[in-house]
Design a protein. Sequence first.
Length: 330
Amino acid sequence: MSDPILRVEGLRTWFPIRRGLMQRTVGHVRAVDDVSFSVPAGGTLALVGESGCGKTTVGLSLLGLVQAQAGKVWFDGEDLLALSPEEMRERRRRLQIVFQDPMASLDPRMRIRDVVAEGMQSFGIGENEADRTERVASLLTRVQLDADAMFRYPHEFSGGQRQRICIARALAVEPQLLVCDESVSALDVSIQAQILNLLSEIQEERGLSYLFITHDLSVVRYLADRVAVMYLGQIVEEGETERVFDAPAHPYTEGLLSAVPSVDPSVRRAPPRVRGDVPSPSAPPPGCRFHTRCNEVFDRCSQDEPGFYDVADGGSRCFLREGAEKAGSR
């Protein structure tokens, strides 16, 4: 695997809980709590987990759309979190995002030509308006839309077509890294497949890197080179996609995989391995955050917080892997 294009170290994004007439801070929602990972250059890292685990906040924090309190985000030799808002604006051309709901991220009053060209105009891409219009036509054709679509409005398109427009808008400023935040989850399965194929083709053509945020493990196996599994604000397992699917190294990952349905009647579905409900991120359990739902829990899990232990091509935040790491080092 190539060197990473993005490296995240110890990222922390907490949101204050305010109460009372004076709106005093009485606690924090620990949405992202000491998260580290890297995205391979020209490859895809999938960030997966249940709703509310903090994966979307990770993506927004990287782009400076929400403020992180701690950590480092290394991109092209610079720590993005140390940049001023103006400096970050200049870097944002190289990091773009495709959101889950394309209709909500498109201005209904703007024609598609202006939607796609807005970033080009902001960053001074293109010699003039005619050149930008030609680029818009080329981008729309590349995402498998008719070039004449540029004269229409967002409400005139289907959900899948609107997502193609959002992809064209992101590509218009020639980014190096694309954050895809649940970008196919709201689409029908057949349309999902078309968008995923499109993203894969564009990645191969342009050498793009993807941070793909999703809860859909079938999407992960199709698109991602590596997987990072999040639970309650922390990454609990990370590694190459095939290894994580074939030999998960954390009970939570095993639980997610056991819940994936199979169309093959000969495959017996394993019983669910995750019990109970997700604790509140404002008051995570002591020790291992997953111990309240784990079927392999023992006394130490509720008292001590596990480290991130080396496992094959990645790591696991589980005491069950601590012994394996020590054995491997001997």
